[in-house]
Design a binder for this molecule. Structure first.
Ligand code: C5P
Length: 286
């Protein structure tokens, strides 16, 4: 049996540069994997079967099944596998859980089925599955460009602590991008500065999130929650990806846990995390 962790990501900065002719948006973003993960267990099996701890998540349309179909077709694999997905990362939350599960599946299948998959093939298959999936082949800290599939690893920015707070909403990324006005497009310089700061000083700071105002317009409850979190970490709060998860940065675990204790947790999902780099074997393209 093969057991892998698929970590969540946060966006330290995300800017939309414009709309492309293929319907996607041109982005620049800095992402960081954190200590929150789904766990996947793969076993050799004659057919393809999947179970999931979250009964609300459909198995057929899951990106894990999409990754299995893609690899089977590409390499004409006759064998099957059984997969169990233990879900801890909230879905449709801006934390990249589905994308991370898909990347972990690609890496696991290459091992399970002894496939001679080179780095370029990993990246191509990952990009076919979703714009964020290639990032999770490397994980850690990285600069993302293009529609998100062009990934440049960044050095570790040390140990930073984050409080993640999610209001009870599911936000599909497609809805946020579809409603994004061109007035939210920016030059990318704030995100480039965040990447530069990590490179030269090993320091993590937040930039801007060009999707944030659109998320707030579509989901006013997200703004209310953001304001509440911001009052606990002024100047150190940002929405992750297309939301609605809000991230606040703290220098110590104690400060993050203290802020977590102040929030009305019966209405909100909260989690204290720090930066996380998965073990080397899980990162074929690092
Ligand atoms: O690539 P992925 O399937 O994860 O993207 C989900 C949706 O988010 C796309 O269908 C598209 O509507 C939107 N998107 C976008 N520009 C990007 C990434 C995603 O418009 N760079």
């Amino acid at each position: 049996m093969l057991t892998v962790r698929a970590p969540a990501k946060i966006n330290l900065s995300l800017e939309v540069l414009g709309r492309r002719t293929d319907g996607y948006h041109e982005l620049i973003s800095v992402m960081q994997t954190v200590t929150l993960w789904d766990t996947l267990q793969f076993k050799p099996h004659s057919a393809v079967t999947m179970t999931c701890s979250d009964a609300q998540l459909g198995v057929a349309g899951n990106l894990v099944m999409g990754a299995i179909r893609l690899v089977k077709n590409k390499y004409h694999v006759a064998a099957g596998c059984s997969v169990h997905l233990e879900k801890c990362i909230p879905s449709a939350a801006g934390l990249g859980g589905g994308s991370s599960d898909a990347a972990a599946t690609l890496v696991s299948l290459a091992r399970l089925w002894n496939l001679d998959m080179d780095c370029a093939t990993f990246i191509d298959l990952a990009a076919d599955l979703g714009s964020d999936v290639p990032f999770f082949l490397c994980s850690g800290s990285a600069l993302l460009q293009g529609r998100g599939e062009r990934v440049t690893s960044l050095p570790s920015g040390g140990r930073n602590w984050y409080l993640l707070v999610k209001p009870p909403l599911r936000v599909p990324a497609s809805a946020v991008f579809a409603a994004l006005p061109s007035s939210s497009w920016t030059s990318g310089s704030a995100t480039a500065a965040v990447a530069q700061c990590i490179r030269t000083h090993g320091e993590v700071r937040f930039g801007i999130n060009g999707l944030q105002e659109t998320v707030f317009r579509l989901y006013p409850e997200a703004r209310t929650c953001y304001e509440m979190v911001r009052s606990l970490a002024p100047g150190r709060t940002i929405i992750s990806g297309s939301g609605p998860t809000i991230v606040a940065a703290f220098s110590t675990q104690q400060e993050a846990v203290h802020a977590q204790g102040i929030l009305p947790r019966e209405q909100l999902w909260t989690h204290v995390a720090c930066d996380f780099q998965p073990p080397g074997w899980q990162t074929p393209c690092a």
